[in-house]
Design a binder for this molecule. Structure first.
Ligand code: FCB
Length: 478
């Protein structure tokens, strides 16, 4: 008897991933922890941002979020049930240093020590991200990321966390998605701290890179055997047409989004064309001698967050941004504000992001071609859909499962083609606070009932667990 097939992917052959491939899932501190005033945690820019009207859909905040601070043991148990080999999470800087510098809050460190011990007791490898956007408010008050001093404070904070956990955590990354922290935080203002100062956003981007480099050096000096990486969000970028204006738009967006960060951390330089695009806003004086050598401190791995492709138009009055912010905001595309983001005609997630696995293939093969060979990990990939908890107590999230399968197939294809891709982390383990979008956008493999704080494995989670058990994708259903 043949089973009815609902999508073409079920017809595709099974694929086995190399032994040792890391099967993970990811979260970040502010999006899940809650407990914002517990055990001496200081205030972060996100606490301030969400308390101001108009910043988050429905005025939502993450004071409780999904209460992971209190429920981490149960959440680790869920990870074990799924069979995850690794869990990527971030450390909240204001839990460790409530004022961003100086005094260390040992209770904050204890939380992460306990979390790590819990993970290790199940054989789950902890992957720490040091900064996922929750800057201590005191450092913002002193200038924030546009201030060079923040990079140095970050290196001190990295030294503290790595000093406390470096003996039992092997895999470390510095700044999650510096593009977002700089341009959504300081240019468009759709993320904390909500500033709209385009020239200073460029300085912020440089200081986030510098913070990365200084932290890599500090951690390397502390434990030579740690594996340390940078984490960038990369997009495939294509011109809407072959016109000169559209091709220039693609060059500009690729430059701002991808090359500015990759060239800095991998090659120790900023692309000349990007600096030229920005020269009417700022000269290069914020880049001091020696900075780029620090930023390009050798890495053990590169972490890539991939969600979608941008199709761009340089025509005057071009199309609207495809990934528009939920609330009133400026443009994050500093110096290239005229560029339009065109609908590429692909299916979209509930974020309006186009689903495009071929874009991931382009990103991975480009990295292998244009940058020094380095182990790669997909540190985030996933999709928000309008999940429904059905009467049978399940969430039949067929689209999310298909999304992940599509991208895993691409990963496998890239590996077969020689790309040194060594792991995949689904974003996200659980539904959580999706920044300016609040709780309305669900990315989790695990459904969270926000009022009861219950967790329910979605179909995608069950499928991912099975995929992990098989070390890859199974072939067509019998
Ligand atoms: C990434 C962020 C992550 C989450 C996903 C959807 O840019 O790193 O926190 O918001 O997008």
């Amino acid at each position: 008897m043949t089973t009815q097939k609902t999508d073409t992917q079920l017809e595709a052959p099974g694929l086995v991933f190399p032994t040792g491939f890391v099967w993970g899932s990811a979260t970040s501190a502010y999006q899940i922890e809650g407990a914002v005033s517990t055990d001496g945690r200081g205030r972060s820019i996100w606490d301030t941002f969400v308390s101001q009207p108009g910043h988050v859909v429905n005025g939502e905040h993450a004071d409780v979020a999904i209460d992971h601070y209190n429920r981490y043991r149960d959440d680790v148990r869920l990870m074990a049930d799924l069979g995850l080999s690794a869990y990527r999470f971030s450390v909240s800087w204001p839990r460790i240093q409530p004022l961003g510098s100086g005094a260390i809050n040992t209770k904050g460190l204890d939380f992460y020590k306990n979390l790590v011990d819990e993970l290790l007791s199940y054989g789950i490898d902890p992957w720490i991200t040091l900064y996922h956007w929750d800057l201590p408010q005191a450092l913002e008050d002193a200038g924030g990321w546009p201030s060079r001093d923040t990079s140095k404070r970050f290196a001190d904070y990295a030294t503290v966390v790595h000093g406390a956990l470096g003996d039992r955590v092997q895999n470390w990354s510095t700044v999650n998605e510096p593009w977002c922290a700089a341009y959504l935080g300081y240019a468009s203002g759709e993320h904390a701290p909500g500033r709209r100062e385009p020239a200073l956003a460029i300085h912020a981007a440089h200081h986030l890179n510098l913070a990365h480099g200084l932290a890599v050096q500090a951690m390397r000096a502390q434990h030579a055997d740690s594996r340390i990486g940078g984490c960038v969000n990369l997009y495939a970028v294509t011109p809407a047409t072959e016109s000169e204006a559209d091709q220039d738009a693609a060059r500009r967006i690729d430059g701002l989004q991808n090359r500015f960060f990759l060239d800095a951390i991998m090659h120790g330089r900023y692309p000349d064309d990007v600096l030229a695009d920005l020269s009417h806003l700022t000269g290069p004086e914020f880049i001091e001698d020696g900075d780029l050598a620090v930023i390009a401190a050798p890495l053990d791995m590169l972490l890539i967050n991939y969600y979608s492709r941008f199709t761009v138009s340089g025509a005057p009055g071009g199309a609207q941004s495809a990934a528009a912010a939920p609330t009133d905001s400026g443009s994050p595309w500093v110096g290239s504000e005229h560029i339009g983001f065109v609908n590429g005609g692909r299916p979209v997630t509930s974020m309006g992001w186009e689903v495009d696995g071929t874009g991931l293939y382009e990103v991975l093969t480009r990295l292998a071609r244009e940058y020094p060979a380095i182990p790669l990990y997909i540190s985030e990939n996933g999709a928000a859909y309008d999940d429904v908890l059905t009467e049978d107590g399940a969430v039949h999230d067929v689209e999310r499962r298909a999304f992940i399968e599509t991208h895993l197939r691409v990963c496998h294809q890239a590996i077969e083609g020689g790309v040194p891709l060594q792991g995949y982390f689904a974003w996200s383990l659980m539904d959580n606070f999706e920044w300016a979008w609040g709780y309305g956008k669900r990315f989790g493999l695990v459904y969270v009932d926000y009022s009861a704080q219950t967790r329910i494995l979605k179909d995608s989670a069950l499928w991912y667990a099975e995929t992990i058990r098989h070390g890859g994708l199974r072939g067509p259903a019998e």
